[in-house]
Write a protein that binds this ligand. Structure first.
Ligand code: DCP
Ligand code: MG
Length: 463
């Protein structure tokens, strides 16, 4: 392991919500919640103001509405988030060829490999300059962690949140990690956390004290060995430059074969949820759901189902995986299960259209994507998803604050303006049309598109 804090981890603060606040002056400093607004929607993220009400990622939207009834509720605009993400990743690539994105808003950078930093002082400067550049180009804040390993760099950026920079000096890692809960370590999810707790191990220090043999006994060879090394702050994983993602999948091997069919079903649901979290984290959706089953005798089966359109909806992936499981005989016992999604697509405006139409038609959003045939009339009609940009012939650029009962309420403001006024129109008002997002920093978007609020942001088109 190197002995300089030259691995950088960047994580943007409340990413989707911060983009919405930068885009909509009236929402700055306010509770903003982004996610699926349909009956089974979940929270993608919440602004820090909304977090004070206890609203967090992955919470059911209905619960969020109870906790924060006065927050602004918006549907995600993935095209916009992706274009901002590309600006941020471009700044990272100026620092080093070794940039490893983990999701739209998160990446590791090996500063030493880029010749950008060689000791603590130069690393600190590079981190501070990066944060300033991100703010100048995107108007957003990101938190930076610097350490001698990926694990510690990620812990550092978590400590830096929001809007900060933390350096973990080499040599101090073990003292820092010791009192932290075991869940801090990569690879420790709720299940492993429970298992360790039952063995009386709650902190990283207690893992180190338990010793490697005990860990291997508890968690199996590979996991136990890896976790023990992490607890001693040994993390040699290199920063790996971006590769094209072909599929997203997760799998679990069980120490004891699972025989109970109900339990197998529950594990598949859990894996489906985990897979979707990863998919969403990467800003992707996919059409083909894959189930992998390794049986007691090591025979391995894969089954797949292709939907009509890409999805990132946990309910859709769960249901498809359950259907696939129906066709697999598991009576002898199962030693490994996996769920994957392939046929990946970037989120497109069309996806959002379908989803929003589903919301308006008061149906579960996934039905608009996964159900066979049957055109919904609402898709052809005009609809106005909450948070999307519009332009009015007379009043100019604004965004949809709400719609329903044949009306649409628009707030007229732009990223560079003062908070704007609200007006209500008929949903079929001929002067009103959907618009592309404007650059968050007036004139700051790449391509230098003229004066304040000039051209629309380049949103990557559908594939
Ligand atoms: N995301 C999502 N569903 C989740 C988790 C995240 O759609 N269950 C999306 C929305 C987030 C983005 O991914 O804005 C980045 O995820 P982070 O975990 O980095 O969360 P935030 O950036 O929102 O907040 P933080 O400041 O804690 O990083
Ligand atoms: Mg983030």
């Amino acid at each position: 392991m190197r002995n300089t804090p030259t691995i950088l981890h960047l994580d943007m603060d409340a990413f989707f919500a911060s983009v919405e606040q930068a885009s909509k002056p009236s929402l700055r400093g306010k509770a903003v919640i982004v996610g699926g607004l349909g009956p089974r929607g979940v929270v993608s993220t919440s602004s820090y103001e909304a977090r004070t009400f206890g609203v967090y990622s992955a919470m059911p939207m209905a619960q969020a509405r109870r906790l924060a009834p006065n927050a602004a509720y918006l549907v995600p605009r993935f095209g916009l988030y992706r274009s901002i993400s590309e600006q941020v990743m471009a700044l990272l690539r100026e620092l080093s060829p070794l940039v490893e994105p983990l999701s739209l808003d998160e990446a590791f950078v090996d500063l030493e490999a880029g010749g950008t930093a060689w000791d603590e002082g130069s690393a600190r400067l590079a981190g501070a300059k990066l944060r300033a550049d991100i703010r100048a180009v995107t108007g957003l804040t990101g938190s930076v962690g610097l350490a001698a390993s990926k694990m510690l760099a990620k812990i550092a950026s978590e400590q830096a949140k929001p809007d900060g920079l933390v350096v973990i000096e080499p040599g101090t890692e073990r003292a820092l990690l010791g009192p932290m809960p075991v869940r801090t370590l990569p690879g420790v999810g709720p299940a492993t956390g429970d298992q360790l707790r039952r063995a009386g191990i709650a902190t990283v220090e207690e893992i180190a004290e338990a010793g490697e043999d005990e860990l291997v006994r508890l968690l199996g060879k590979a996991h136990g060995h890896a976790l023990y090394a992490m607890a001693l702050a040994h993390d040699e994983r290199p920063v790996v430059a971006e590769r094209e993602t072909k599929s997203v999948s997760v799998e679990d091997t069980y120490d004891v074969d699972i025989h109970d069919r109900v339990r197998v079903g529950l594990e598949v649901q859990r894996l489906a949820d985990r897979c979707v979290r990863r998919l969403r984290g990467a800003g992707l959706s996919g059409r083909t759901i894959v189930l992998k089953v390794r049986r007691y005798d090591f025979s391995t089966l894969t089954r797949s189902e292709t939907l009509r359109g890409p999805t990132d909806d946990p309910a859709v992936v769960r249901e498809a995986a359950a259907r696939l499981l129906d066709s697999v005989d598991t009576t002898g016992g199962v030693r490994l299960l996996g769920v994957g999604v392939s046929g990946l697509a970037d989120y497109t405006q069309e996806d959002l259209f379908a989803q929003a139409a589903g919301d308006l038609a008061d149906a579960a959003p996934e039905e608009a994507v996964a159900e066979p045939v049957e055109e919904r009339p609402a898709v052809a009609e005009r609809h106005w998803p909450a948070g999307h940009d519009v332009r009015h012939a007379e009043h100019g650029h604004g965004w949809v604050q709400g719609s329903g009962l044949g009306r649409v309420t628009v707030r007229f403001e732009t990223p560079g303006s003062e908070p704007g006024r609200v007006r209500t129109f008929r949903a079929d008002d001929p002067g009103l049309e959907p618009a592309d997002p404007l650059p968050l920093v007036p004139g700051g978007a790449e391509g230098g598109g003229g004066g304040p609020g000039a051209g629309p942001v380049a949103v990557r088109g559908s594939g």
